[in-house]
Design a protein around this ligand. Structure first.
Ligand code: THU
Length: 161
C-alpha cells in the first residue's frame, strides 16, 4: 500500500485592489452582472463573466425555476452562451461573484460540482486552461490557474474510448 496526496496552489489576494487591471475589471463585471440573475427562490444571485481568447466578453447568471432542479447555475449559463456566440474560441478567464439580500458577500465562492465538471469539459475540448477569479462584492479574492484543479479524479471522455 502507498499513500498518495493531491495538492494544488492558488493565489489569495486581500481585495480587488491587489489584482491587475484586466482581472479587476472582470471581477467588477461579475459583481455587476449578479443583478441579471433570476433567483427568486434562493435569493442568491451569481454572476460569471468570461474573457475569451479572442478578447470577447461573455456573461452568465443563475436562472432558477419553480421546479427547483430545472434551475441552472451562472457558470453553465455562461458556458452555453460562450459556445453559441463564439464557437470554438477558448475561454481564458472566468470571474465569479455573488450577491443577495440574505447573504454577506464578503468572501469567494467556488463553482458547484456539476459546474466543475462542465468547466473541465470546456477547457479539455478547447485545449486551454480556464483561469478562475473568485470573489464576493468585497473581501478576499482567489485566483485558480485552471478549473481542472477543482476536480481531482474527474471522470472524463477518455474513459469512454
Ligand atoms: N449557483 C450558481 O449559479 N453558481 C455556483 O457556483 C453556486 C450556486 C446558484 C444555483 C442556485 O440558483 C443558487 O446559486 C443557490 O444555490
Amino acid at each position: 500500500m502507498k499513500q498518495s496526496k493531491i495538492e494544488f496552489e492558488y493565489e489569495v489576494y486581500n481585495d480587488i485592489g491587489e489584482l491587475n487591471e484586466e482581472d479587476a475589471w472582470l471581477l467588477n463585471e461579475a459583481r455587476s452582472v449578479t443583478e441579471q440573475a433570476y433567483a427568486p427562490y434562493s435569493n442568491f444571485n451569481v454572476g460569471a463573466v468570461a474573457m475569451l481568447a479572442n478578447g470577447e466578453v461573455v456573461a452568465g447568471t443563475n436562472q432558477e425555476n419553480a421546479s427547483y432542479p430545472v434551475g441552472i447555475c451562472a457558470e453553465r449559463v455562461l458556458l452555453g452562451t460562450a459556445a453559441n456566440l463564439h464557437p470554438n474560441v477558448a475561454i481564458k478567464t472566468i470571474a465569479i461573484s455573488y450577491n443577495g439580500d440574505e447573504v454577506k458577500s464578503d468572501h469567494p465562492i467556488s463553482p458547484c460540482g456539476m459546474c466543475r465538471q462542465a468547466l473541465l469539459e470546456y477547457e479539455t475540448r478547447l485545449k486551454q486552461p480556464i483561469r478562475l477569479i473568485l470573489g464576493g462584492m468585497e473581501g478576499k479574492v482567489y485566483i485558480i490557474k485552471s478549473a481542472e484543479l477543482l476536480l481531482p479524479f474527474a471522470f472524463t471522455s477518455t474513459e469512454l474510448k
